[in-house]
Design a protein around this ligand. Sequence first.
Ligand code: GAL
Length: 419
Amino acid sequence: MNILKKTLTAAAISAALLPATAVQAGEVEVLHWWTAGGEARAAAALKEMMEEQGHTWKDFAVAGGGGEAAMTVLKTRAVSGNPPAAAQIKGLDIQEWAKLGFLTSLDDVAEANNWDQLIPPVIADVMKYEGSYVAVPVNVHRVNWLWANPDVLEKAGVKVPTTLDEFYKAAEKLEAAGVIPLAHGGQPWQDATVFEAVALAVMGPEDYARAFVEHDMEVINSPMMEKVFSEFAKVMSYVDDNAAGRDWNTATAMVIRGDAAMQIMGDWAKGEFTAAGLTPGEDYICAPAPGTAGEFTFNVDSFAMFSLDDDENTEAQKDLARTILEPEFQTVFNKAKGSIPVRTDMDMSNFDACAQASMDAFKSSAKNGGLVPSFAHGLATTSYIQGQIFDVVTNFVNTDDKDPARATDQLAAAIKAAM
Ligand code: GAL
């Protein structure tokens, strides 16, 4: 029996032993975009834990990595007065939805369960609107990861690259050996995921934050940004010609199969390796994206809770919020998802080596200034500015005649227009 099943069975037994009065059944409709292999296993853990408490789970999955499609569908549902109980909404968007009056306060659940003590303050702040919790964080994803197939690297005689220059040298050898150096897909958020890893490597965390959090024009419109674009162009030159329209998990599968050597992607990719039964350090390698060791681009998944009319469904919604932060869910879910628990008091000894490395880097980078929010995943800036950055970056990827100076001008103009 795998660990997921074992823990779920244990949860089922303890739920069965609860007095019947503790269960007031309701329905929770949950919007998310977790449809890839590892993501779906992780989402199933939440569904099962809710069902074990007697509630009904109404799955509202909208496929599409990064969640752009899901957000479009959510807007339509909310505007028509029929929002789900919970929706995967992240970062500054939580504030936007709360400001519009759609969200409900979770303060009673938060107080009863000591959320302020459990959740790191930088994350708790994002979950609160005017001092009240309106969302609950699920996990912490590290975005600046490199995933690699060790057999493929070995056959080409290359080591895991730790800098951009090492990456280019390795990529040349891999190409000569007939493998695709970098697996990548064809969506704007995937381009932005690689772009922000390169930006962090070139700029360092301080200037990264000045550009992508504070939107300081001196840093955005600078020779340093031109360098980010020229390095990004070099990295992307090692992607095969068929990337257009490819999903991120298809790119991960290329690394798993050995058709490609590496992928720069957040640790939801680890969910794919885990779902395939693979072991880190043996079957695949996780390493910081080249040039970003010790630094940590964070992406926190969270569920915002919508105001509901029905009392039983509101109770079920509260149970959902409480369950998400319980240690048992944090363990089962994050093992499947590839992320680390959002609670920093968790025992990490039964997590894999990549998760342990991630938790160490999360804690140390928070102390030394290397912890920065991911703009590719909505944690650094508004969705308007994020959309503008995506457009510039993706246009750059899809243009044959790549001009870093022109792209830098476009980036500055685009961000200015959305501020
Ligand atoms: C991110 C999300 C992750 C993962 C990824 C790919 O934005 O935070 O949980 O699902 O998209 O779908």
